[in-house]
Ligand binder design. Structure first.
Ligand SMILES: NC(=O)c1ccc[n+]([C@@H]2O[C@H](COP(=O)([O-])OP(=O)(O)OC[C@H]3O[C@@H](n4cnc5c(N)ncnc54)[C@H](OP(=O)(O)O)[C@@H]3O)[C@@H](O)[C@H]2O)c1
Length: 302
């Protein structure tokens, strides 16, 4: 398994970790992933999977890097501390390796939340502090509110079909030694990636490299500096397959073909607003409506 440095901490992180949102595979499947070298598991207080992660790592605690998240409704100082203690209890561990703010909050001052995060590091309950779904401006504000410790990671959506972060956030994180943890790296459903590959280049590259299509698109992510990926699977075979995305590299020619031939999106401000304010099932309708508007009108939203 290839390793990448977490921020500038000198801690080496497996470049494939195990995502656990909507995970139902039980401890054994995760354990197979650990055996394959994916000694990095991502969970969150909101996923309901901290207990199964705790069970999976029980015999191997010292070897596994455990990341979890606090939800924005718990961003008040005492709530952060309470959430961390509850996560430690569910995970059955003494220290969380990476504690992440799950998403930015407008409701609670970041200084208050970061005060609690710093206290958790001071008291030895957390090793490193990360964030998730933060923009450049939000990262800058968050780091200012945390003078004592660096923000070492930003967990954001990134895949061959969603390249929103390439508009600036990726470069910012790379320049500031903030590791990007790519979530939904398989598009959340692999068929979504297939739908964006009308000429079948993923299959062609998979055939040339003797890798699977999922390994090809994960390797496309790993080829970039400063990024690790956390695909999720309930199945042992797929977890083993996903771990096999590491330890080799696509050629520059193959990367260029994927860059140019896969249809991808970059979410704009309107997309993000829709996701915040419109119920899930209506997202695509709202976005299609915007795209049908005349360009001049559309620009006012974008
Ligand atoms: N911070 C955040 O806001 C945030 C948001 C979303 C996700 N995440 C994190 O990122 C992790 C991964 O993202 P995700 O769960 O949204 O999506 P993902 O990893 O992109 O995709 C998961 C889907 O792909 C399938 N799959 C897995 N391996 C496959 C393979 N080799 N071939 C074909 N299909 C495969 C899985 O099905 P099976 O399970 O049936 O194999 C599942 O349906 C999450 O589990 C979570 O830890 C974080």
């Amino acid at each position: 398994m290839g390793l990448k440095e977490l921020g500038s901490t000198q801690v080496l992180l497996p470049e494939i970790g195990l995502g656990t949102w909507n995970y139902h595979g039980g401890p054994e499947v995760l354990r197979r992933g650990l055996e394959e070298g994916a000694l990095f598991i991502d969970t969150a207080e909101s996923y309901g999977t901290e207990s199964v992660v705790g069970e999976a790592v029980r015999e191997l605690r010292d070897q596994v890097f455990i990341a979890t998240k606090v939800s924005p409704q718990h961003f008040r100082y005492h709530d952060v501390i309470r959430s961390a203690n509850a996560s430690l209890h569910k995970l059955g561990i003494d220290c969380i390796d990476l504690y992440q703010l799950h998403e930015p909050s407008d409701a609670i001052a970041i200084e208050e939340t970061m005060g609690a995060m710093a206290e958790l590091v001071d008291s030895g309950k957390v090793r490193f502090i990360g964030v998730s779904n933060f923009s450049i401006q939000q990262l800058e504000k968050a780091q200012k509110a945390l003078p004592k410790y660096p923000i070492v990671s930003n967990q954001v959506r990134y895949s061959v079909i969603d390249r929103t972060i390439e508009a600036g956030l990726l470069q910012y994180c790379q320049a500031h030694h903030i590791t990007v943890i790519a979530y939904s790296p398989l598009g959340r459903e692999f068929n979504r990636i297939r739908d964006c590959d009308p000429s079948g280049v993923i299959n062609q590259i998979a055939a040339t490299t003797a890798k699977t299509p999922a390994q090809v698109v994960l390797n496309w992510i790993l080829s970039k500096p400063g990024i690790v990926a956390i695909p999720k699977s309930n199945s042992t075979n797929r977890i083993i397959e996903n771990c096999g995305a590491s330890g080799w590299r696509l050629s520059s020619g193959q990367l260029a073909i994927l860059d140019s031939r896969i249809q991808y999106r970059r979410r704009n401000r309107f997309d993000q607003l829709v996701r915040q304010c419109v119920p899930g099932p209506l997202h695509s309708l709202a976005i299609k409506t915007l795209n049908a508007m005349p360009l001049g009108l559309r620009r006012r939203f974008q």
